[in-house]
Design a protein around this ligand. Structure first.
Ligand code: MG
Length: 169
């Protein structure tokens, strides 16, 4: 089996009076929301970059430019779906993904099951293959001042090697 790993990182500013889309859901109890060209879902953007990186297929900005009117206000679930399609075209399937969100508010833990439920079908995996963790930045820096939110993701992808190639010489 051919196995590859990739990592992704993303940051978005936070602003009052905005919807906060995170992990494919709208957070119901958020004091601020993320600012961006699309829906600014920092978790999905980090995941997209982890998958693209694993397959060596450039990055999310290369495929979905933040100056392209088509992606203005776009639901980031669309990007993840397209990224998984790009990988599938090259024969790659998702193994698992592990993500860490860094933000002060709101508490993310109650929303993690809902995020996994939304993300799993987009990645063609079960919820078991997606890990989402959250931590605060202990009030330090831009995350600590609630000026921004960031996300890290790592992903493993794999390709079955055709059985003909696995036969002993
Ligand atoms: Mg982004």
């Amino acid at each position: 089996m051919n196995i590859r790993i990739g990592m992704g990182f993303d940051v978005h500013q936070l602003e009052e009076g905005r919807n906060f889309f995170l992990g494919g859901i709208l957070l119901p109890d958020a004091p601020k929301g993320a600012v961006g060209h699309s829906d600014a879902d920092v978790l999905i953007h980090a995941l997209c970059d982890a998958f693209l990186g694993a397959a060596n297929l450039r990055d999310i900005g290369f495929h979905f430019s933040n100056t392209d009117e088509r992606w203005k206000g776009k639901d980031s679930k669309h990007f993840l779906k397209e990224v998984i399609k790009l990988l599938a075209d090259k024969g790659w399937r998702v193994g698992n993904a592990d993500c860490t969100l860094v933000l002060e508010k709101p508490k993310i833990n109650p929303h993690i099951p809902a995020m996994k439920k939304v993300l799993a079908p987009l990645m063609n995996v079960s919820e078991e293959e997606i890990s989402i963790k959250a931590t605060t930045n202990e009030t330090l820096g831009y995350v600590g001042r609630q000026e921004g939110v960031c996300a890290y993701a790592v992903a493993l992808i794999y390709k079955e090697i055709p059985s003909v190639m696995m036969k002993a010489e």
